[in-house]
Ligand binder design. Structure first.
Ligand code: GLC
Length: 479
């Protein structure tokens, strides 16, 4: 039996704010399904306030012990539940995790240091020592570091291998130097392991200590070795490139399934797209937009922040609406300048635009199901999941060729009457290039046969975990 433990700060459906939660909630199950007899797959996250009572009622208490973090002595409870063949553990400490949001607290460094250490301390109490620990992003980076600096000589920990996965290199967990001993409880002799650019950098520490470092697309694995994308870690990653690899994420094909999704108005498959048209009219009714089957509908579902390419949309939004007969639905929250921009666009074009400034998962599915095109012009995108989700629902993606968008979406063309590609793509971060692709998309839309063929091709592209889970298994086996 091979024992694999995923460590991370969020996991669908228990508590999640973004793509990391999706991956933590779907990759472990997909991996388990590869070889149920020989794989023991488990996941551990903090027991946040946000974890609902429905889930809590299914949990069983596994252990209670004390974690010594520097000079602090903290209570730690471990709860567990089983779901789809995977065991999920929840680290309980109300002082750290009974808060109204997952992140954004003054003591996040301490909270996740506690979590990372508690994960390692938990093994003897639950009678489970993994063969592989796969830690994710800076919040669990210290698991990998603590293992190397404090646990290697302890029986049971000596042969554990580690993978550290970078979902977004922008967030590295950077702290003032003084925090090392006082909060993290790490001796100053280990400063060289964690120090980068004059501060403590948790992601840097994990990259140093892990046996393998992975990121969420092959293209991003190349990009983060360059100054444009690496947020300062390029030299480190170039030096350690022998242990770096990129594996494209998949999406949960059960949760995202237009054929059986109970959260959309009408189900459909690539064979019959009539249901999709019904979803469009249902959304138009819901949002008070003119109900028209013939009008092309674009959508954007994203955090409204700069690296998602929102600046490009700001440059062309008004022109796009003035010059074209189309509808645009935007869902997301973020920086006020972008929220205000989309609200202003709706005020100017009330019969064409809806700016829904909120986070709403069920509504996002109704939008994917209703729209013909999905715009995602990211400046950087480690993997991106929305381009895969929209494809599954037959909304053709229009993306910038970066990171996982580059790896997953190839540009549309017709060769010898055959459709090539599965979306519209542009290379330079330049609003005119995005607009040219929107125009090209509209031209295809005007030819209903071509549009139908493209939509069917897009829907049939395989973005399930099947292939990538196999690659992860290969990575674990290689260790
Ligand atoms: C982060 C990245 C996103 C990726 C996700 C899951 O949210 O920004 O591109 O898809 O993690 O790995």
């Amino acid at each position: 039996m091979k024992k694999i433990l995923y460590v991370g700060s969020e996991c669908m459906p228990f508590a999640a704010t973004g793509g990391l939660g999706d991956v933590m909630g779907s990759l472990p199950q997909a991996l388990k399904a590869k070889d149920p007899e020989n794989l023991d797959v488990r996941v551990v996250i903090p027991l946040y306030e946000a974890v609902s009572d429905t889930w809590r009622a299914q949990m069983k208490q596994e252990a209670v012990f004390t974690v010594r973090l520097g000079w602090r002595e903290q209570y730690c409870g471990v709860f567990s539940l089983e779901k789809d063949g995977v065991t999920y553990y929840f680290i309980d400490n109300e002082f750290y995790f009974k808060r109204n949001t997952l992140y954004g607290h003054y003591d996040d460094g301490e909270r996740f240091a506690f979590f990372s250490l508690a994960v390692l301390e938990m093994f003897p109490h639950i009678g489970f020592y993994p063969d592989i620990i796969n830690a994710n992003d800076w919040q669990s980076a210290l698991t990998v570091v603590y293992l190397n600096v404090h646990f290697r000589c302890v029986y049971g920990y000596d042969y554990i291998k580690t993978v550290f996965t970078i979902h977004n290199i922008e967030y590295q967990g950077k702290y003032n130097m003084y925090i090392l001993g006082d909060v993290f409880g790490i001796d100053s002799c280990h400063i060289p392991l964690l120090e980068w650019g004059g501060c403590m950098n948790l992601m840097k520490g994990a990259i140093e200590c892990a046996d393998k470092v992975s990121t969420v697309s092959p293209r991003y694995a190349e990009e983060i070795q360059t100054p444009e994308y690496a947020h300062g870690l390029q030299d480190l990653l170039r030096g350690l490139s022998f242990k770096l690899c990129g594996i494209l994420n998949g999406i949960d094909y059960k949760y995202y399934n237009p054929k059986e999704d109970t959260e959309i108005a009408k189900n459909y498959t690539w064979r019959g797209l009539k249901g999709k048209t019904a979803d469009k009219t249902a959304l138009q009714e819901e949002l008070g937009l003119p109900v028209r089957e013939d009008v092309p509908m674009f959508s954007i579902i994203s955090r409204l922040v700069a690296h998602k390419g929102t600046d490009l949309l700001k440059e062309i939004g008004f022109r796009m609406m003035a010059e074209n007969d189309c509808q645009l639905v935007v869902l997301g929250t973020g920086d006020s300048q972008y929220e205000e921009f989309f609200k202003a666009l709706e005020r100017e074009y009330p019969t064409k635009v809806r700016a829904l400034i909120k986070y709403d998962r069920a509504l996002s599915k109704r939008i994917y199901a209703a729209s013909d095109f999905f715009i995602m012009p990211s400046k950087s995108e480690p993997c991106g999941l929305s381009q895969m989700i929209c494809s599954r629902y037959g909304a053709v993606p229009i993306v910038r060729e970066t990171g996982g968008l580059y790896d997953s979406i190839k540009s549309y063309s017709v060769e010898d009457g055959e459709i090539c590609g599965n979306g519209f793509t542009f290379a330079n971060y330049y609003s005119e290039d995005l607009y040219a692709k929107i125009k090209e998309a509209l031209a295809v839309y005007a030819d209903s046969e071509a549009m139908k063929k493209l939509q069917q091709k897009v829907m049939k592209t395989d973005f399930s975990w099947a292939a990538s889970a196999e690659v992860y298994l290969g990575l674990y086996n290689s260790l």
